[in-house]
Design a protein around this ligand. Structure first.
Ligand code: B12
Length: 160
């Protein structure tokens, strides 16, 4: 039987047989519409989406990711602390052997001084992210990345 639960800042939408993607904020960030946007975008690509909501403690992010074994973890931050939160969180996640090969990406407004520098982006990648989607890039690069995952539906991402 399929399950469908939607809640403000913490929705779960599942259908049998589809791969799951976790969308989440990090501990410092209370913004929520970015997460709603991502939930819809990732859902359009054919995934079930678990939206953990805003201000997610590191421990909850770890336990949800370990127990749900998603196809991808998408982190979003827009409050300017995404660079610091992301560095901490991805290193913690990658310390679990089960999560070493999980695709983990981050996007949004990640720094307080506009777009991240090349050095900051490289640091996030070196710390364990598979991709960094700072706001300047728009959604097209992210859609291409997600659409290439094995569980994605066959959808056109041209012009996204
Ligand atoms: C509404 C809002 C709030 C509300 C949030 C309510 C809620 N329930 O969400 C409240 C009042 C709580 C709030 C608080 C704060 N806010 Co505020 N907020 C906004 C505002 C006006 C709109 C955000 C929004 O909902 N946008 C709509 C969603 C759909 O779009 P989005 O968030 O921009 O996300 C887009 C992209 O970033 C991208 N994206 C995001 N994540 C990801 C991830 C991936 C993987 C990808 C591909 C793309 C992606 O896609 C989205 C769609 O295009 C913005 C300014 C603005 N006009 O954008 C400031 C803004 C985000 N806030 C800001 C700040 C500074 C704060 C506070 C720190 C203010 C303060 N001093 O207290 C606090 C932080 C609280 C916290 N602990 O996080 C700054 C952040 C600046 C920065 N990054 O350097 C902004 C940009 C305002 C500004 N120009 O200074 N805020």
């Amino acid at each position: 039987m399929s399950e469908e639960v939607r809640a403000y800042g913490g929705g779960v939408v599942t259908e049998p047989g589809r791969s799951t993607v976790i969308v989440s904020s990090m501990a410092s960030d209370s913004h929520t519409w970015n997460l709603v946007y991502l939930e819809l975008l990732v859902g359009e690509l054919g995934f079930d989406v678990v939206n953990l909501g805003a201000c997610v403690p590191d421990e909850l992010l770890e336990s949800e990711t370990l127990s749900r074994r998603p196809e991808m973890l998408v982190l979003s931050s827009v409050n300017g602390h995404g660079y610091q939160d992301g560095l901490r969180v991805v290193q913690r996640l990658r310390s679990f052997p089960e999560l070493r090969s999980l695709p983990i990406v981050i996007g949004g407004k990640l720094g307080t001084g506009g777009p991240l520098s090349e050095e900051q982006t490289a640091e996030l990648l070196f710390a364990g992210f598979d991709a960094v989607f700072d706001d300047q890039q728009g959604a097209a690069a992210f859609r291409r990345f997600a659409a290439a995952l094995p569980g994605a539906a066959t959808v056109s991402v041209e012009g996204a």
